[in-house]
Write a protein that binds this ligand. Sequence first.
Ligand code: HEM
Length: 343
Amino acid sequence: MTLRFNDETFRGDYTFRNSPQAVRRFPFPFDQDSYMYSVNLELHKGGRAGSVFENRFDVDEHYVAEMRDREITLAEDPLRCQSLPHMELAGWDFLELVMTTKAEDYPDLFTLHRDGDRWHWINRPLNIEQRFTFLDATTLPCGPMEYITRQTQGDHALLDQRDGNLWMDAGMITSQADWSLDFDIGMNFFEWHAPVPKAHEMGVFQRALKFLLNLQQGAPVRRLNWTMTVNPRLDTSPENYHKWGPEKRTITPGNVGEKQFLRVELQTLWRLPRSNAIAFPIRCYLCSLEDIVTVPKWGRRLHRVLRDLPEELATYKGFAVNRPMIVDYLAQFDDGAETSPGI
Ligand code: HEM
């Protein structure tokens, strides 16, 4: 296998680390020195070799450890994975999408043999080999969406499309930025986005929904979203706020570079063929501030973005309490140079 997988944790002793290569390919999300919500959707049609955009579902050095962390979260709270009965077909669509693309993009890691509806899946990093009948759930150890998302980095929501809206009717959500599948299940696009400040008044969600309702099969799109997380923790759910919320108070000027992480989500959207549902994988990348500042233009820009971010956004994203310390830390890496647009 070409990739080496880290033995690391996203809780407890937090041994998560990014290799220098992982830092270089981190999807730094800011193309200018300030930030505001927008409908930042573009075609998901590949990207520079080695970048997180190169393949349709990025697999990196954190794969095996992330799947182990998901297993722990699910064992503690099975409601992180839910699928309403009418979403089973969408689950099969998604399983097919992930298996076929991963086998094509990473032939050394994954293999899929298909003989009519008799499929044989091999996942080498996780040591899984499974023969099953496509569209027959009794031949898998669990439902199709759960089966494939236990083997795919990132959270995943499956949206049903009806009545001119999208409905969050299934998902595997174990590494979310403080929202709950159990709370949102069955909600529509405007309902689950209700807590987001400013974007509704700006018309962002009306435009985004209109675009998504017309999403075409074979033309997936992507966007980046970001927030800040203390410690490299994947499970920052409301359900476990009592575990990670107090950790925000452990930040000091001496440890902020090491313990404060920029959390970037690479979100992609895929029209599914049989169900007409939309799959929404949310892939999370974590990078500590001290790793960010090893790229001087990132350190300089992040300082300006966080310093000037409207207070409502810092509060919503949950880092207002530590913003002064973060901005003071990053200020040392901002030499005042002019920057040009682009990442
Ligand atoms: C936040 C889900 C697509 C923009 C959120 C939240 C959820 C969510 C659950 C957190 C809300 C909370 O605080 O409880 C989804 C799903 C999508 C989707 C399932 C798939 C259809 C989009 C698109 C846009 C968008 C296409 C494009 C503009 C945002 C923004 C936030 C947000 C700006 C606030 C994020 C932040 O400041 O950290 N989304 N979303 N979403 N979403 Fe979406």
